[in-house]
Design a protein around this ligand. Structure first.
Ligand code: NAD
Length: 479
């Protein structure tokens, strides 16, 4: 039996409870490129039981010295590095992420995070002694929260899983991870790497499946904490369940962030094209933090439209596995239907297509042309709802106050950016935007800083040393 016929539960490649399989198609060719067993409720029960047993083991992971856990995380990182290119190609074949991008993120970021959290846990003091305000000394003790149910989307399947398992493992938790059905194949080398690194049996388990099995995992009585990344709709439903169960939950949800171009911004594409691309169109527009509402000053509106038209028009659209591709296909036909529905709505509501708006001339693959809409009003559907495709809405504004007002006139608050020649002015604008993170003349996540959303973009934060605290409980002992 190959590993593609098994599930990784309890540190082993185990036989699944049924013959149901998830078939994965290439986003670029639409051909079936592999399949894995689809976890059923009995498999989730087995995975949660394995994670529970590993967590409760009196000599197990949760009780290892932090330095020993740190060493194991570093071995895990080494084992992942060996598979970095394989993982990057698998991700790109499945979800259409250009391989030039997956080799920079998906093949690298997880091991960077593992090493980072190994360093954090080496420095952390599990117990802190505080002089009591009313006398005596209080010991504040931190201990791992328990078994974590981690649910991951398809757009950055490896990095977003690592956002969860790296701090959770560092804290001493055990996990059951449910990847998205669109991107299940890359879980196999990930599980192999964990096994090779000597992460003990049951500490990390995978249950590939769809929404129903995700919902089953969220409400499973053996789960102590849920960490979810995905759509706002799914996040609301998971939040409701966790609220009823009083189960701690972190929700990383959708976005509709603003890229605010101030009137003194330098707009030479040769100088800023790559940064502008990363901040607004990365991964075929399938990135949660992108500034997909570009706010442009009326005084330079036509120039901003020209710059974005030139940027979008110059991008190499092609097979995700081609090293020169900058924009690949969308992850699924369902996702392409959704994006095309929004493009039709944008046209119907009166926005003007400047570039794109259709499909590129290709026989196969779920492609949509990079598309720029001008004359967008912030009330238009394409300015209010998350499209999750290579589609930008260019919205005019009057002055800095008006830009901030429009940026904040959104249900979401996840990412965003400010483009200016004056850093102090840019920072002043950035501080007024209701969002969990924002970039100045750029947008690039920093693993040492908390990342997450406000409003409908989520609850809680990932990354930074703070993330370890989301996988811990505290106990105060008064002496
Ligand atoms: P999705 O919500 O449909 O699915 C995400 C994951 O949740 C999948 O594994 C899915 O099987 C599972 N799921 C769906 N409904 C569930 C439920 N009721 N209970 C349990 N599990 C459930 O999202 P998607 O389409 O896969 O991903 C795209 C979305 O993810 C976008 O909205 C994007 O903005 C968001 N996202 C957010 C971040 C962030 O950090 N804030 C990062 C990446 C993606």
């Amino acid at each position: 039996m190959s590993q593609h016929d098994t599930l990784f539960i309890g540190g082993e490649w185990a036989s699944p409870s049924s013959g149901q399989r998830i078939e994965v198609r290439s986003a670029s060719t639409e051909e079936i490129i592999g399949s894995v067993p689809e976890a059923q409720e009995a498999d989730v029960d087995a995975a949660v039981a394995a994670a529970r047993a590993a967590f409760e083991d009196p000599d197990g992971w949760a009780r290892w010295a932090p330095t020993d856990r740190a060493a194991a995380l570093e071995r895990f990182a080494d084992a992942l590095d060996k598979r970095g290119q394989e993982i990057a190609k698998l991700v790109s074949a499945q979800n259409g992420m250009p391989v030039a991008i997956s080799s920079r993120f998906e093949g690298v970021f997880p091991s960077v995070l593992l090493r980072y959290y190994a360093g954090v846990i080496r420095q952390a003091e599990p117990e802190e002694r505080r002089p009591g305000l009313l006398g005596g000394t209080t010991i504040v003790r931190r201990y791992p929260i328990g078994v974590v149910g981690a649910i991951v989307p398809w757009n950055f399947p490896q990095s977003l899983a690592a956002f969860k398992y790296a701090p959770a493992l560092a804290a001493g938790c055990t996990l059951v991870i449910k990847p998205s059905p669109e991107t299940v194949l890359d879980s196999v080398p990930l599980a192999e790497a964990a096994s090779e690194a000597g992460i003990p049996a049951g500490v990390i388990n995978w249950v590939p499946g769809g929404r129903e099995i995700g919902a089953y995992l969220v409400s499973h009585p053996g789960i102590d904490k849920v960490s979810f990344t995905g759509s706002t709709a799914a996040g609301r439903s998971i939040g409701e369940v966790c609220g009823r169960l009083l189960r701690p939950v972190t929700l990383e949800l959708g976005g509709k962030s603003a890229a605010i171009v101030l009137d003194d911004a330098q707009l030479d594409l040769a100088a800023i094209g790559e940064k502008l691309f990363t901040a607004t169109l990365l991964n075929n527009g399938q990135t949660c933090f992108l500034g997909t509402r570009v706010l442009a000053p009326r005084s330079r509106y036509d120039e901003v439209v020209e710059v974005f038209a030139a940027l979008a028009g110059s991008l190499a659209v092609g097979d995700a596995l081609d090293e020169t591709t900058q924009v690949g296909p969308l992850a699924s036909d369902r996702q392409r239907d959704r994006v095309e529905g929004y493009i039709a709505k944008g046209k119907a509501e009166g926005a003007r297509v400047v570039v794109g708006g259709g499909r590129p001339d290709r026989d196969k693959g779920w492609f949509v042309q990079p598309t720029i809409f001008a004359d967008v009003d912030n009330n238009h559907t394409i300015a209010q709802e998350e499209i999750f495709g290579p589609v930008l809405s260019l919205i005019p504004y009057a002055d800095d106050d008006d830009a901030v007002r429009i940026a904040n006139d959104s249900d979401y608050g996840l990412g965003g950016s400010v483009w200016t020649g004056d850093d102090e002015r840019g920072l002043a604008v950035a501080r007024r935007v209701q969002t969990g993170s924002i970039g100045l003349n750029n947008f690039m996540l920093d693993p040492t800083a908390p990342f997450g959303g406000v409003k409908a973009s989520g609850l809680g934060r990932e990354l930074g040393p703070e993330a370890i605290g989301h996988y811990q409980q505290t106990q105060s002992i008064f002496t």
